[in-house]
Design a protein around this ligand. Structure first.
Ligand code: SF4
Length: 342
């Protein structure tokens, strides 16, 4: 147990990749003898003083970006003497602005040009049930609503040996591991990685999958993995083919349904989740009804609903928005399906 007060607090917003990268920073600081503590974003009002606050930000929605920026200004207000370090997606394109505002002292520690602390490596964890393992970074798919390829478009992946070393290093501390990345489609031989991870003998899951990677070969590989936990989070985004095309998603609703059917045949006890954007600018009433009846037939266990929010710099942000009240009403209709309430 640490007896000294933390000199560094690490506050994380956003996805599993961000949590992994925050843990990597914490682990690397520990190795350097720097006392630090991970903190949930909701706890920042109550933090005692520290020398440095690291804010790992998220930009996936405008709300996430707003929360990250609010977090920085709150820390600045409560701890004017502290140094603030930002990392993550929200500030990737805002460096000049943040420096001009004198808000952060150091920006983007996961920017390769200014990297001071590694955001990968063997992350050492203690007393955690589940550990995220980042295996890949970057996306160049340019879905028309998404800001990520404009911020994290350098495709990188960790070699299988590197991933296995990290899993083995902590297999006695955690009960399961979750493979995560920005877009796992870019992992060169994902099936080979799955076989190697399974051979570690620890329970493992995959955080989020894209439909194009769900080939018969991958499904068959997973079926032969004895330690794999069959929860599949496969991003759908819309249940209407025209909207999927406008989003630059590379699959049809039929292909998606075929994947779910194949997985249900291979894994009778599997659970399924997805992400869904509601109120994309080209989602007409008819398109939304198509999505709704598609979801009713598909019967997924969990739907993460994202009311559409425009991200400046993406093609979809140029399109006229659907009225807020309509989007809210659509969200409510999906919620009824997602939680089985009619
Ligand atoms: S696949 Fe699409 S939604 Fe996912 S990170 Fe890439 S561009 Fe964004």
């Amino acid at each position: 147990m640490q007896s000294q007060a933390p000199m560094v607090y690490i506050i994380t917003y956003g996805c599993k990749v961000n949590y992994y990268e925050s843990e990597a920073v914490a682990s690397n600081l520990n190795a350097m003898g720097i006392v630090n503590q991970m903190v949930a974003d909701g706890a920042i009002s109550h933090l005692p003083s520290a020398a440095v606050f690291v804010i790992n930000s998220c930009a996936v929605t405008s709300m996430a970006e707003k929360k990250s920026r609010y977090g920085v200004s709150k820390i600045k207000r409560y701890h004017p003497q502290a140094h603030i370090v930002t990392m993550g997606c929200a500030f990737g394109r805002k460096t000049a602005e943040m420096v001009a505002l004198e808000v952060a002292d150091l920006l983007q520690i996961n920017d390769k040009k200014t990297s001071v602390i590694s955001t990968t490596g063997v992350v050492v964890r203690h007393q955690r049930e589940k550990a995220f393992i980042k295996i890949q970074d970057g996306c160049q798919n340019f879905c028309t609503y998404c800001i990520i390829p404009h911020i994290r478009n350098k495709i990188e992946y960790r070699p299988i040996d590197d991933v296995i070393t990290e899993i083995k290093a902590q297999s006695s501390y955690v009960t399961s591991v979750v493979l995560c990345g920005i877009n796992l489609c870019y992992y060169p031989d994902f099936a080979a990685l799955c076989r190697a991870v399974d051979a570690c003998g620890i329970q493992w899951e995959i955080s989020s999958l894209e439909p194009p990677m769900m080939t018969a070969n991958l499904i068959d590989t997973l079926r032969q993995c004895h330690n794999f936990v069959p929860h599949f989070h496969i991003c759908l985004q819309s249940g209407c083919d025209e909207v999927l095309r406008a989003m630059n998603r590379h699959y049809t609703t039929q292909e998606y349904a075929d994947i779910i059917q194949a997985l249900r045949a291979a894994f009778p006890d599997a659970t399924f989740g997805t992400d869904l954007i509601v109120g994309f600018p080209t989602e007409t009433d008819a398109a939304f009804q198509t999505t709704l009846s598609y979801l009713q037939k598909l019967r997924l266990d969990k739907i993460h609903i994202f009311p559409y929010s425009p991200r400046i710099g993406t093609p979809a942000a140029e399109l006229p928005l659907i009225q807020n009240s309509i989007v809210t009403a659509r969200v409510e209709q999906v919620k009824k399906i997602a939680f089985g309430v009619e």
